[in-house]
Design a protein around this ligand. Structure first.
Ligand SMILES: [Zn+2]
Length: 511
């Protein structure tokens, strides 16, 4: 299809823009389900050359009557799509349910359908290089593999907490996974990863990735990789943040998290940077980093917010004033974006600086938006759909601060791209849309020959970082470097911390 729409559809009153690729027609026709022509609209005369196509926009916001429709332009047509109420609610539910499917160490019951399996990875894990064994059961499998890593876990948990903060009602509807309950499953595991001196182990996994098997079939020895200060900083920040959310629900749990955050912070205060690299013999996800200043900054901000104590405020002040600019995304490696968004709640000048950081970052992103609405054109990194969701979160935060429509519109564009307004004509969430991603690099899906629903694909990756991508995508423009095959882990893996920003974006936008 060369007419790109949000495959999940639209609400009656929202702005609706379709993109046409290589289409010279001047008019767009709208047909209803019965095949009757209901509207004819002009195609924007402007054509934008991008990723090998000439792309034109068509605004069909005038279409407001609930129903199923198809757009036609010359010989091309769109997928049928609905206009109606709450077109994204089922998708949001599934994106949150994904975290249940990713649970480790739990008997997955009928909620997981054919993906139900006995508890996995329940044995003791050996601390790398020692004969010490620890119980670190629980948490979510990180991605298409079964490792559990603190750094991305902190991002995923923070995103789900922000999602709940932005729109708690989105998660209170019947049938929806209680998002705080699910997040707690991860937080409880993270607490087990803290050493007695406050340092936090970077990850637990087997020595190497297993084959395409179910989680409980992976029986190799579990190894706890060494402590890093990036994991410890993220842990301190995430625990201090989470303790505020759970304070009214379960005081004991909130206190336990805050005490753990303080111990991690104390560890950081007397510890030089320990940047993680896979130790010899371990080849699972590394989540390495070039410096830990941003993890420390985020930790200072969260502890200052939660405790208000002078020592944390002083540390936050010093760290914030040290960096005069903060065009940082909400990533897993660079946590300055989280420090900025969370730091909005700090008193006085510090809160003002964070506000400036958020708006400068959002404005900077706005200048880079292309006709598809996303901020990356020449190069799309591994997991680009995470960056797109992250950008959407930042735009949403900027809109919350200012009410400026330009941010709101930009946030929606990120969502439309993920759900079908992209040059590969794909809804990047499995199980949703007319042409969903269906063959992810995800071990249970491959093992069972069924695609688990509600997972966001990593999406286009112009680096062609696996053999399958190199075989099939050589010479493709950046935005089209995607292939829906499980062998292509660089374009079609899934991750908890890719789903999480999309949950936050969707929750924020649908309030
Ligand atoms: Zn497991």
């Amino acid at each position: 299809m060369k007419i790109q729409i949000n495959q999940l559809g639209y609400t009656a009153d929202m702005k609706k823009v379709a993109l046409l690729r290589d289409e010279l027609a001047e008019e767009l026709q709208v047909f209803n389900q019965a095949g009757a022509l209901v509207m004819t609209l002009p195609v924007d005369v402007k054509r934008t050359e991008i990723w090998g196509d000439l792309v034109a926009e068509v605004d069909f916001s005038a279409l407001q009557e609930p129903g199923m429709y198809t757009l036609r332009c010359g010989a091309e047509s769109s997928w049928p799509f609905p206009v109606g109420e709450r077109p994204y609610q089922a998708c949001l539910t599934a994106l949150v349910d994904m975290f249940y499917y990713q649970r480790c160490g739990d008997d997955l019951d009928e909620r997981a359908g054919v993906f139900a399996h006995p508890a996995c990875h329940t044995g003791l894990a050996r601390v790398y290089g020692t004969e010490e064994w620890r119980e670190v059961n629980g948490g979510w499998h990180d991605a298409g593999d079964f490792g559990r890593y603190i750094v991305p876990a902190a991002k995923a948990a923070a995103d789900l907490l922000l999602a709940w903060q932005w729109n708690p009602a989105a998660f209170e509807k019947p049938g929806l996974t209680p998002v705080l309950e699910e997040t707690r499953y991860e937080l409880e595991w993270m607490l087990k990863m803290q050493r007695e001196d406050g340092g936090v182990y970077h990850k637990v996994s087997c020595a190497r990735f297993c084959g395409m098997i179910m989680p409980h079939e992976e029986q190799e020895e579990l190894i706890i990789s060494p402590v890093s200060t990036t994991a410890t900083g993220d842990f301190a920040a995430c625990m201090a943040m989470a303790s505020r959310y759970y304070a009214k629900i379960d005081t004991t749990f909130a206190d336990r998290m805050l005490a753990a955050a303080k111990r991690a912070w104390d560890f950081l205060a007397v510890t030089e940077p320990i940047l993680f690299r896979n130790p010899e013999g371990i080849s699972t996800g590394g989540y390495g980093d070039r410096d830990d200043a941003d993890e420390r900054l985020w930790a200072h901000v969260e502890l200052a917010l939660t405790c208000g104590e002078e020592k944390y405020l002083t540390a936050a002040r010093e760290a914030i004033l040290r960096s005069d600019r903060c065009h940082a995304p909400l990533g897993w490696g660079d946590m300055r974006g989280y420090a900025a968004v969370e730091g909005l709640g700090l008193p006085g000048e510090l809160g003002e600086i964070c506000r400036r950081w958020v708006l400068e970052a959002a404005d900077d992103l706005l200048t880079r938006i292309n006709v598809y609405g996303i901020t990356m054109t020449e190069r799309l990194p591994w997991g680009s759909n995470m960056n797109i969701s992250n950008d959407g979160m930042l735009f949403h935060q900027a809109w919350l601060l200012t009410g400026a429509e330009k941010y709101r519109e930009a946030a929606w564009k990120q969502l439309h791209y993920l759900l079908g307004v992209n040059p590969v004509d794909t809804c990047y969430v499995s199980g949703f849309g007319t042409r969903p991603m269906a063959r992810p690099h995800h071990r249970p899906s491959v093992a069972l020959g069924v695609c688990q629903p509600g997972m966001l694909s990593g999406g286009a990756c112009s680096g062609l970082a696996d053999a399958c991508a190199r075989e099939h995508l050589q010479g493709q423009p950046a935005g089209k470097c995607f292939i829906d095959m499980h062998e292509s882990y660089s374009t079609n893996e899934i991750c908890v911390y890719w789903n999480s920003p999309m949950v936050a974006l969707l929750a924020g936008l649908t309030k």
